[in-house]
Design a protein. Structure first.
Length: 190
């Protein structure tokens, strides 16, 4: 991890924070698999026997992610699921340590296949139920695309209403970057 970019890039920032908390053999969800970068990151943290459930509505995402994991020799105890994250409760019957959402569309992929506010909020609601105490949900919100602002605002509205006695929620926002820089949300279950 290149810590020189810690304050440049939230992808470095959230990985730095999660890395300090994740342990070998933890159980995680990558709610937006895409090209598998976050699934790979989680597996590198939790090791061969740690478990990851990863979701994407694009079949291509499963193929790309499987390839990335096989190349890293980490394709073990990984469940790649070709379904929307809003249905995660149908697949997961155990509690979870860490969950990552990377909202928006897949860079270089089909820009019509974006995350949508209704399904995103349902998925985050389901994630909160599955999360262990002291577990963390990390949400990267890219909102520069059509519908993105709507999703971001619904997300903030939803998170603001969560009980402060049950959750710590932090919002990281660049104040001086141009072109709709992403927002990072971290939710810890108390
Ligand atoms: C910003 S990309 C994720 C990038 C990914 N984390 C990576 O490392 O490459 C967002 C992904 O969310 C997926 N997506 C959109 N709606 C979804 C849904 N309801 N459930 C699961 N994935 C969804 C898209 O297909 C896309 O691959």
């Amino acid at each position: 991890m290149n810590l020189n970019r810690l304050f440049d890039d939230f992808n470095v920032f959230y990985k730095f924070i999660l890395k300090s908390k994740i342990k070998e053999n933890d159980i995680c969800i990558d709610a937006t698999m895409g090209n598998g970068n976050d699934t790979l990151f989680l597996k590198q943290c939790i090791g061969m026997n740690g478990k990851v459930y990863a979701f994407d509505i694009q079949k291509q995402a499963l193929e790309n992610t499987k390839k990335v994991l096989e190349e890293a020799k980490l394709y073990n105890n990984v469940h790649l699921i070709n379904d929307g994250h809003e249905n995660m409760n149908e697949y997961i019957k155990e509690t979870i340590d860490f969950i990552i959402f990377n909202l928006g569309y897949l860079p270089k992929g089909d820009k019509n296949l974006i995350t949508k506010k209704e399904t995103t909020i349902k998925a985050i609601d389901e994630s909160l139920k599955l999360l262990k105490k002291k577990g963390i949900i990390c949400i990267m919100s890219y909102y520069g695309h059509e519908g993105g602002m709507d999703e971001k605002n619904s997300l903030i509205d939803f998170l603001e209403k969560l009980n402060y006695l049950e959750y710590n929620i932090i919002k990281f926002d660049f104040l001086n970057k141009k072109n709709s820089p992403p927002i990072l949300f971290l939710i810890e279950k108390k």
